[in-house]
Design a protein. Structure first.
Length: 298
């Protein structure tokens, strides 16, 4: 059985799931703490109410190579998001509600099916607002033989209280670190304290799992793997993001400095985001990450 599961007894799993459920009654699962009464059908700022909505699931070969291997990363895309990014490339899922409700027992079965298909991990994409339900499903799947590493693939805007309830459950944290300033977070994602909150969240993630460890077949087993999307005109303050990782997290941090920005969703309304990224802008961010000694993921 996966080492993360052996750290918790079934009773501890149940206790954490119940704590998270209480936290979502007047929701404070994420730092927005919107207070939505989700179990009474009220939608939070993340667009989620009671229950889980899944947009898609299956082996994914477009993730980082340390997750994909030969059989793919077992991704589950959750509907909704606790951020409001103007340039979201998955806006049909995060903002428009594409997806279907799924019972917790069916979510557990879905995880087991991905394991049976040979996937190297269970990759939970945009999971934050469903943390309680996911923990309950993981407990059920673990009792039925789930052994794969669990990847927490989020936007980086996480509550420390919630993250601590994931300690011993999540094997690989893979957050986006979107911006190197609160001003950028406010302008592009509607989050006035993104930089402050995300830094503390990433510190907590690293405290729990440490630097990324890769097995003999080149597949990640445990640790922190960062993503940072470079924006046109250095709108994301990429150098500041990279310096934070090198100086305050670890010089051995794995980071994917991504170049696939294009003006999606509402980005064309924002002058500096209304064009594609230039190759030299991405190259400058990569060069800075190399100069700081970070480990570049692809």
């Amino acid at each position: 059985m996966n080492a993360a599961y052996t750290e918790l007894t079934p009773d501890e799993f149940a206790e954490r799931a119940q704590t998270l459920r209480v936290m979502s009654e007047k929701c404070r699962i994420c730092p927005r703490s919107c207070g939505a009464r989700r179990h009474e059908g009220e939608h939070g700022l993340c667009h989620a109410a009671d229950g889980v909505v899944v947009a898609s699931a299956g082996p994914h070969f477009g993730e980082e190579s340390v997750l994909v291997g030969t059989m793919g990363s077992g991704t589950i895309f959750f509907t909704g998001c606790n951020l409001d990014c103007s340039f979201c490339q998955n806006f049909d899922i995060s903002h428009l509600g594409a997806g279907e409700p799924i019972a917790i027992s069916d979510l557990a079965s879905l995880m087991l099916q991905l394991q049976e298909r040979g996937c190297h991990n269970i990759n939970l994409v945009t999971p934050t607002h469903y943390t309680g339900e996911i923990v309950a499903a993981l407990a059920e799947a673990g009792a039925q033989g789930l052994e794969l590493p669990i990847v927490w693939n989020s936007g980086g805007y996480e509550s420390i209280e919630t993250l601590r309830l994931l300690n011993g459950i999540v094997d690989i944290y893979m957050p986006d670190l979107k911006y190197g300033s609160n001003e950028a977070g406010q302008r592009y994602s509607g989050i006035e304290d993104y930089w402050d909150v995300a830094r503390e969240a990433i510190r907590e993630m690293h405290r729990q799992v440490g630097d990324l460890r890769v097995g003999p077949r080149g597949i990640a087993r445990r640790g922190l793997l960062l993503r940072h999307l470079v924006l046109p005109g250095d709108a994301a303050r990429s150098r500041k993001v990279i310096d934070f990782l090198a100086d305050e997290i670890s010089p051995d941090t794995y980071v994917n400095v991504m170049e696939q920005y294009y003006p999606a969703f509402r980005a064309e309304r924002i002058p500096e985001l209304s064009r594609r990224l230039r190759p030299e802008e991405h190259a400058a961010a990569v060069a800075h990450a190399r100069s700081r000694g970070l480990r570049l993921a692809d």
